[in-house]
Design a binder for this molecule. Structure first.
Ligand SMILES: [Zn+2]
Length: 497
């Protein structure tokens, strides 16, 4: 087990809980090794050998020029390894015994609560205490709410969210989270959490069962919306009409009710409707890049990652002429990359990292969740919009851009970083591609936030986090970067009108 300082950890947890920081900022290596002429040549040689299958010789060259990441440098994050058995914790046994005693007796709620809160604050790495506290607060919701002090979590969800920021793919925590969400009737979020488990922990025996559970919860969510709408007989005409009101015209007005009807078509059909409207709009303004070489380059990158995406969709990829360093995903696997992002990246691996992150948002249904919120549906499938909101017509394309500008939750971002980096590494790219792209974003942002930053957390936090992820998972940064090919594509883009 790694050495750690509980007090510092608690301070960091508190800052995280209050939304002040994710992790402390450590020294971020500047990434653009291609600017150094000597290194650039070395890396070009490494890429060439790598592509020829001469991997043994390529790796030392990558090592020569790329910054080294190792766990010692990551001391600032200082997150201890998770512990599952009290004997392995090395202390805290007395508190844990008190907590368990309290849980056993009906009239010792306070004892259970106090000791569980104490355990989770003092030994955040001891996962069973968080799970017990969450289960307790689920059962004794009112008691928890009234007894929690200001800095303590008050609900079962808060307990799990707090610790999940540090152990986002811990199987025990994920399972508890899925159960809590399903019990609360939040089927869409339960589906996302189950999907995350099945894809990220795909080497666990329960992975397949969780994949099925994800589909089942998604079905329950859609069924719930349908039920809600059908019970309001006024909507039945609309429902029977399906999405027939869409005229393939991105500027047609679409009401809130019609948005809900669209959602009911399911994730993939929804993505289809959105992407055709978006592409029609971009094409009519000559903003869509139709150059075959550029489009095939992007599709080729995705093609290498396809076997590791973990979900069957009709994936589509587009490039639009937009100087902002940005990319986004629509539900059902429709991915759009701005030319600004391609121009800012130094290698194919960096663009692959960005794409992997966006694909992960689609795979984990994050866009669908965002869309539900924007369509007056809460995560339990209830319609929450006022009549006025539901009847108001807004151009379809405006609804799409409003949606794209809505930020994902920080948790969704972390999930996508994890899954995106997994795809990147599995496809044989330099595993630090996404991490390096975050450094570029940070340097580009300077005083002016780029549009990607308005919907994503600050890249500095993510750089530190991604470095830790690479070290912990043993993902290899000394793999194919694709510098030459990427430079060629950039040259091509410069000449495109
Ligand atoms: Zn994102």
């Amino acid at each position: 087990m790694k050495k750690h300082k509980p007090l510092q950890w608690i301070v960091i947890s508190f800052l995280v809980a209050s939304g002040l920081i994710l992790f402390n900022v450590s020294g971020v290596h500047s990434v653009d090794v291609t600017q150094n002429k000597e290194c650039n040549e070395t890396l070009l040689q490494a890429d060439e050998w790598y592509q020829q299958g001469n991997i043994e010789e390529a790796i030392p060259l990558y090592r020569q020029c790329k910054p080294h990441l190792n766990s010692e440098e990551k001391t600032i994050s200082d997150i201890p390894e998770p512990v599952y058995e009290i004997e392995e914790l090395g202390s805290g046994e007395r508190f844990w015994t008190q907590a368990l005693e309290g849980l056993e007796s009906e009239n010792q709620k306070s004892k259970a609560f106090v000791y569980l809160q104490l355990m989770t604050a003092r030994y955040p790495e001891f996962i069973p205490a968080h799970i017990k506290l969450a289960e307790f607060c689920q059962k004794e919701a009112e008691f928890c709410e009234n007894s929690a002090k200001e800095e303590q979590p008050k609900t079962a969800s808060e307990v799990i969210s707090r610790v999940s920021q540090f152990y986002p793919s811990d199987p025990g925590l994920l399972k508890t989270r899925i159960e809590l969400l399903a019990e609360e009737g939040k089927f869409l979020e339960a589906s996302i959490a189950a999907r995350q488990f099945s894809i990220i922990n795909d080497d666990y025996p329960e992975a397949e069962a969780f994949g099925k559970l994800a589909d089942q919860y998604l079905g329950q969510f859609e069924g719930k919306i349908q039920g809600e709408l059908i019970s309001k007989t006024v909507f039945t005409t609309l429902l029977s009409g399906g999405a027939a009101f869409l005229k393939n015209d991105p500027y047609q007005a679409v009401s809130g009710l019609q948005m809900i009807a669209l959602m009911l078509q399911g994730e993939s059909s929804l993505g289809d409707a959105y992407i055709s409207a978006f592409v029609n709009d971009q094409r009519s303004r000559n903003q869509l890049v139709e150059d075959e070489e550029v489009v095939n380059y992007i599709k080729g990158i995705a093609g290498k990652m396809t076997p590791y995406m973990g979900r069957d969709f009709e994936y589509e990829y587009y490039v639009v002429k937009d100087p902002n360093i940005n990319a986004f995903a629509l539900p059902g696997g429709k991915i759009v990359v701005n030319t600004g992002a391609i121009m800012a990246a130094n290698s194919e691996a960096e663009i692959a990292g960005l794409m992997g992150h966006e694909i992960a948002h689609a795979v984990l249904s994050h866009g669908f969740l965002k869309m539900a919120r924007a369509s007056f549906i809460n995560s339990s499938g209830q319609v929450v919009g006022s009549v006025q909101e539901l009847e108001q017509g807004i151009p379809f394309i405006s609804r799409i851009s409003n949606l794209m500008n809505l930020a994902y939750s920080r948790e969704a971002e972390t999930q996508s970083d994890i899954l995106g980096t997994k795809m990147l590494a599995s496809a044989g790219y330099a595993a630090d591609g996404l991490r390096d792209f975050m450094v570029i974003l940070k340097e580009a942002s300077g005083n002016e936030p780029t549009s990607y930053l308005s919907t994503h957390p600050a890249p500095v936090d993510r750089v530190t986090y991604l470095e830790k992820l690479l070290v912990d998972k043993g993902y290899d940064p000394y793999r194919y970067m694709g510098i030459k090919r990427h430079q060629e594509i950039k040259e091509r883009l410069k000449n495109l009108q």
